[in-house]
Write a protein that binds this ligand. Structure first.
Ligand SMILES: [Zn+2]
Length: 441
């Protein structure tokens, strides 16, 4: 197939796209949003074969088909219907990366949509943010954006964009962005509820329409266009997270890391490949929580907190939890492979103490354990409101809530907690219960 930057470059439909002139005398290939047939005319297996025949007969590219592909020899492979759009390349390294360019790149600094005037304050916010271990990397400044990995674009759009842009970005611009953020959140959940796909399609279409209105006709690149085909792919093939290139990228990185000498690159690559195969066979994978297991007893001796620090009322409630009345108060723990810390635990740049229990959010003050049961004593975070939704689909809100810290306490078994992201920016607390640990395991 033709590449995305040529006419008929979309593998899902027959929209040819348009070539637009750029300011520096170049061209860019765009796909304007077609209000009356946004998704079509669709390609399918039989049309693809007819196009392929025409291409072979004439020896020329026909409607984007450049020639046969070796995968066509597979008996049950339908290249059009069976090839999933890869969200890592299309959304994260395509749409989100381009948006960050519009917001922060100097060449757009005179545009209405630029956030350059806030660059320093946004960088300062990013430096302060402490993220839970389920986010693979701690946030880096915008200045290092050219080194960002796909997972950093994901973290930026899911966790940092709304807190950092609220009150900085123009209202129509942030409302437009919310459509994309909610769509990504829902489509990347551990269990995708397919009854929402119709509503997600409306959000994605609103996002596409708004794109040319806010960022101009040149912004309608192939990545933006491909969003229109996303929900159909999910219905027909499966979830975004089941078909993506993250694992191949990780594999490539591992491979390069293991090549030590540049002079014998070929031999190095073969040896690395063998080592990776062996290590995956032995299941030698680092725990995603990055925390080695220790015996429960050892922890307690090392992490005991003076019980005098416990508030009297809290102590009364805690005493009622344990029959023996003999328990330890500890600063962190690891239950079912998940690491939790507390407000008492200072030796980390991560924030693993913000949790959801039922419909409540909280910050873990400390843990109490009798080595059989472990409970978290939490400060309640009261949910103030969630302004991040499209008024056309008010039931589909972002996972990001604006919260207030209170003095009220609740106690919950650690095994029933869900970890959340806690983002503090410009004197406001944001909590997102979107957990992405399943995306990186
Ligand atoms: Zn298309």
């Amino acid at each position: 197939m033709k590449q995305f930057n040529g006419f008929f470059g979309c593998t899902k439909c027959y929209q040819p796209g348009e070539s637009l002139k750029t300011k520096n005398n170049g061209t860019v290939h765009v796909y304007p949003y077609k209000i009356y047939n946004a998704e079509g005319p669709l390609r399918d297996h039989s049309r693809y074969h007819k196009d392929l025949l025409k291409c072979l007969e004439s020896g020329n590219v026909f409607r984007g088909v450049m020639g046969p592909c070796i995968l066509n020899e597979l008996k049950y492979y339908y290249p059009i219907e069976g090839t999933m759009i890869d969200y890592m390349h299309t959304i994260l390294e395509g749409v989100v990366r381009k948006l960050t360019e519009y917001w922060f790149d100097e060449k757009f600094s005179r545009e209405n949509f630029s956030l350059r005037p806030y660059l320093t304050s946004i960088n300062n916010n990013l430096k302060e943010i402490r993220v839970p271990k389920f986010i693979p990397r701690v946030p880096r400044e915008i200045n290092s954006i050219k080194y960002w990995k796909a997972s950093e674009y994901l973290a930026f759009i899911l966790y940092y964009a709304l807190p950092l842009f609220r009150n900085r970005m123009k209202l129509n611009q942030i409302n437009h962005l919310i459509n994309l953020i909610i769509s990504i959140e829902y489509l990347l959940k551990k269990f995708v509820d397919k009854t929402f796909l119709g509503s997600i399609q409306i959000l994605l279409k609103d996002f596409m329409i708004g794109m040319s209105e806010i960022y101009g006709a040149h912004s309608m690149l192939s990545g933006i266009h491909e969003l229109v085909h996303l929900t159909r792919d999910i219905k027909n093939i499966g979830n975004l997270n089941d078909f993506n290139c993250f694992q191949f990228e990780n594999f490539n990185r591992e491979l390069l890391r293991l090549v030590k000498s540049k002079s014998s690159l070929g031999i190095g690559l073969i040896n690395s490949f063998e080592s990776i195969k062996l290590s995956s066979f032995l299941n030698f994978k680092e725990n995603s929580e990055g925390f080695s297991a220790k015996s429960q007893n050892k922890y307690n001796i090392k992490l005991n907190i003076n019980q005098n620090l416990i508030d009297k009322d809290e102590k009364k409630n805690i005493d009622a939890l344990f029959l023996s009345k003999s328990y330890s108060v500890i600063k962190y723990c690891k239950i079912n492979g998940i690491f939790y810390s507390s407000l008492f635990y200072k030796k980390t740049k991560r924030c693993d103490f913000c949790i959801e229990f039922g419909s409540k959010f909280g910050l873990i003050k400390y843990f109490v354990t009798d080595n059989i049961d472990t409970y978290a004593v939490c400060k309640t975070l009261s949910k103030l409101h969630n302004p991040f939704y499209n008024p056309r689909i008010p039931d589909l809100k972002s996972s990001m809530n604006i919260c207030l810290q209170t003095q009220s306490i609740f106690i919950a078994p650690v095994k029933d907690l869900e970890k959340c992201a806690f983002i503090e920016a410009n004197n406001t607390i944001y909590v997102s219960n979107m957990n992405v640990s399943h995306l990186f395991n």
